[in-house]
Design a protein around this ligand. Structure first.
Ligand code: RFL
Ligand code: PHB
Length: 389
């Protein structure tokens, strides 16, 4: 079989790239190692930047986001159980949309699946080959049968643990990494969200976040030790800790209930340079990871999709053979700014195991500065709503 572009990984970035290329007449196939059911069972991001929504509109997916997404004009930050608001709308005249990644992925699946055979689920042992030649191909196994697809380009949208980054020789790429000494324990509960907007809380016992999916579905996170296991946190223990860390007024009105999902995520910052090797291109979590504190992972993956899709249009449609050479540097320029913002949010809001009273005072001073400085708030707002791409 032959196609123009093989996309490895059918998560949000692989599916969005596939749909944008398809709408522009560029043939592509998506190879996903898991079933659709498994992909759609993962609970992840919840905050979409305006640029992300615009790109989803381009792919024909704007309607449900418009009808069911929640427009948020700001967020609350809390320190020592007292909160203050950052008003994006008045500071930078932009907003964000609260709409779950699971829903975005489900919508992407339904449009990609309409074009029969474009997505192949349960593809095992996917392997990019001959990426340094102009006849690259991908091999995989399905139902015990060996398959091969030749193409012009291979795109790695296979997440942090995928195969594509791993096959690049170590001496051809450089990786940059910070692993944070704590994790996030997240729960979903069918309760009314504690607040209309998100609350990010710095507390001397650890960070907490109050988020939501809709009027009757709350998403809460607390910082835990890196060594904790989900089994160590029954619902009562989770709610007790969350209440302690949220601002006082929110704690008092928090509605608790049974969790319907509970998971632990490690926190890291990670970047690989360059995001291209021969005719293999890396996109999204395959190339970089941010800690979730700035709500940036999915948004950053989609800005890569935007740069790569424009480059591939340049190559296939406008006879601009150079366009694809610029992908990595364009994408990395924005990646590093987002890595910085997520690192800063993480440092400002979390308790580090070796944190001294001095360090805690510095965090409190930073948050007090933010509370009282419109200029500092503007910088946070500009980054949170998303830098232009
Ligand atoms: P994904 O979503 O990991 O998808 C990769 C896909 O590739 C498949 N795959 C393979 N397929 C074939 N062959 C192989 N060898 C393969 N290896 C892997 C996988 O099965 C999978 O389907 O990467 P993608 O598309 O780059 O998307 C990235 C986002 O999912 C991620 O950045 C965000 O979820 C991060 N994130 C958040 N991002 C935001 O923008 N806003 C948020 O509010 C936000 N909150 C979060 C988050 C991530 C979290 N966790 C659990 C990591 C909150 C959490 C708790
Ligand atoms: C979420 O709702 O899952 C969420 C929101 C904001 C973040 C991270 C996760 O910063």
């Amino acid at each position: 079989m032959r196609t123009q572009v093989v996309i490895i990984g059918g998560g949000p970035s692989g599916l969005l790239l596939s749909q944008l290329l398809y709408l522009n007449g560029i043939e592509n196939v998506v190879l996903e190692k898991h079933t659709k059911k498994y992909v759609l069972s993962r609970i992840r991001a919840g905050v979409l930047e305006q640029g992300t929504v615009n790109l989803l509109n381009k792919a024909g997916l704007g309607k449900r986001i418009k009808n069911e997404g929640f427009n948020h004009d700001g967020i609350f930050l809390s320190v020592k159980n007292h909160s203050f608001r950052i008003d994006f709308k008045s500071l930078v005249n932009k907003t964000v949309t609260v709409f779950g990644q699971t829903e975005v992925t489900a919508d992407l699946y339904s449009v990609v699946e309409k074009d029969k055979g474009r997505i192949i689920n349960s593809a095992k042992n996917v392997m990019p080959c001959d990426i340094l030649t102009n006849k690259p191909y991908v091999t995989y196994e399905i139902n015990g049968l060996d398959k091969k697809i030749t193409c012009d380009f291979i795109i790695g949208c296979d997440g942090f643990h995928g195969i594509t980054r791993q096959i690049i020789p170590k001496n051809k790429i450089k990786t940059f990494e910070r692993i944070y000494p704590f994790g996030w324990l997240g729960i979903l509960s069918e309760t009314c969200p504690v607040n209309d907007e998100l609350i990010y809380a710095n507390h001397k016992t650890g960070f907490a976040l109050a988020s939501m999916r809709n009027k009757n579905l709350s998403r809460y996170y607390i910082q835990t030790s890196i060594n904790d296991k989900v089994e160590m946190w029954d619902d009562d223990r989770f709610w007790f800790e969350l209440k302690k860390r949220l601002p006082k007024d929110a704690s008092e009105r928090l509605v608790t209930g049974p969790s319907i999902e509970k998971s632990l995520a490690p926190l890291r910052s990670f970047v690989v340079e360059p995001m291209k090797f021969g005719n293999l291109f890396l996109v999204g979590d395959a190339a970089h990871i941010v800690p979730p504190t700035g709500a940036k992972g999915l948004n950053l993956a989609f800005s890569d999709v935007n740069y790569l899709y424009e480059s591939l249009i340049g190559y296939f449609k406008n006879d601009d053979k150079n366009a694809i050479e610029q992908y990595s540097s364009k994408a990395l320029n924005r990646v590093w700014k987002t890595i910085r913002f997520s690192w800063w949010m993480t440092n400002t809001l979390h308790k580090f195991p070796d944190q001294t009273e001095f360090d805690q005072k510095i965090q409190e001073a930073e948050l007090d500065y933010l509370k009282n400085s419109i200029d500092a708030q503007k910088s946070l707002a500009e980054n949170y709503v998303g830098l232009a791409f």
